[in-house]
Design a protein around this ligand. Structure first.
Ligand code: SF4
Length: 360
């Protein structure tokens, strides 16, 4: 397939098949992939703007029964250094967040088996009562699926209760690679592919803003990566036109420093060019997902700048706090000034946004 073939397909609203996607990944020169991904990005966002956000990534607890082999953050219940974030900690963190100009907490697990639906309901309600302007971008399909089993409720019931308690939007966390083979090896105990997708289908029906992620570069095949993109594209294609669905896709390379997976298997880190290739393919394969986010935290600032010329139109959050990926070796940092400079020096106009991708 040539770059012109891909653009013709895009212009005619024709989708790229699994076989074509794998072929592009394996055979198209990187320069061509970046060119065509950038053309599609320019058609979707013809304004030279790159968006970014201020939020704070807080982990509710570091106790997690899942024990993913790529996770260096989780602890077993009873470990000396296990914790559950207290309400005093939240107050302090939220005040700092507001002082820095942000208004959103990205609240993530571990999936601590001691914490049930009542805990999350009380937590969300308390935070919203004390900080009415706070936005909660919280949990994800694995937590929703887990709570549904634990509480003997449907995914829809769990989501409705969480929304009623203060959930504003649902992150696409825990997708890793949407392959039950891969999930069985890396994160037994997390929801299946079908469950992950079903939670998102229901969230979309309810009108929730969601995102989708992909953590790649471990034991998955190229075909499994492309199939992951097609799952996201299909679920997005099923949603009603008047709801947002997935408003962003965020591919990022696994970080394996001192993790069980990294210690047990010889896995070479994803190179910058392979990351750019995956990001460009994501833009090309997902014409119905409006925003592609470059992961500066995992690939560094220079590669993130290049990604803005190869399909990405967003750099995500400055991440006042991040614990999970940082515990596995990702140690880049950015403040608001640094983020704006990064975008400007890549040749774009920075615009701060909220979770709905509205400029603020
Ligand atoms: S990645 Fe998340 S779900 Fe997996 S073990 Fe770590 S905290 Fe738990």
């Amino acid at each position: 397939m040539t770059t012109q073939n891909i653009l013709n397909k895009y212009n005619n609203s024709e989708l790229i098949s699994l076989k074509e996607g794998v072929d592009l990944y394996n055979n198209m020169p990187l320069a061509d992939l970046l060119y065509v991904a950038n053309e599609i990005r320019q058609k979707l966002h013809p304004n030279n703007i790159v968006t970014w956000q201020i939020d704070r990534n807080v982990n509710i607890s570091n106790v997690c029964f899942v024990q993913c082999t790529f996770c260096n953050f989780c602890r077993k219940a009873g470990s000396e250094d296990s914790y559950t974030t207290t309400i005093e900690d939240y107050r302090k963190k939220i005040k700092e967040l507001f002082e820095l100009g942000g208004d959103q907490l990205l609240l993530q697990g571990g999936m601590n088996p001691k914490l049930g639906l009542t805990f999350y309901v009380d937590l969300f309600k308390t935070l919203k009562q004390e900080f009415p302007k706070l936005k909660l971008h919280a949990l994800g399909p694995p937590e929703v699926a887990y709570l549904a089993k634990k509480e003997n409720k449907s995914f829809a019931e769990i989501l409705e209760i969480l929304v009623h308690s203060g959930l504003d939007s649902l992150p696409g966390a825990g997708a890793e690679i949407l392959s039950n083979r891969v999930r069985g090896e890396l994160s037994k105990g997390k929801c299946s592919v079908e469950e992950w997708l079903d939670v998102m289908r229901i969230a979309h029906k309810m009108g929730l803003y969601t995102s989708a992620t992909m953590m790649f570069g471990h034991i998955e095949t190229i075909e499994e990566r492309i199939r992951h993109l097609i799952y996201i594209r299909d679920v997005q294609g099923e949603k009603l036109k008047n709801v947002p669905g997935f408003n962003a896709f965020i591919p990022w390379p696994v970080q394996l420093f001192e993790t069980k997976l990294g210690n047990e298997k010889q896995i070479s880190p994803i190179s910058n060019t392979e990351y750019l290739r995956m990001l460009a393919i994501s833009r090309i394969m997902l014409p119905n997902v409006p925003n592609i986010q470059a992961s500066w935290l995992t690939v560094g600032k220079n590669t993130a700048q290049l990604a803005l010329h190869g399909g990405a139109n967003d750099l995500g959050s400055i991440m006042i706090e991040e614990n999970v990926v940082s515990a596995a070796g990702a140690n880049y940092s950015l403040n608001a000034t640094g983020m704006k400079k990064l975008i400007e020096s890549a040749g774009f106009i920075p615009k701060q946004r909220n979770q709905r991708y509205e400029f603020v």
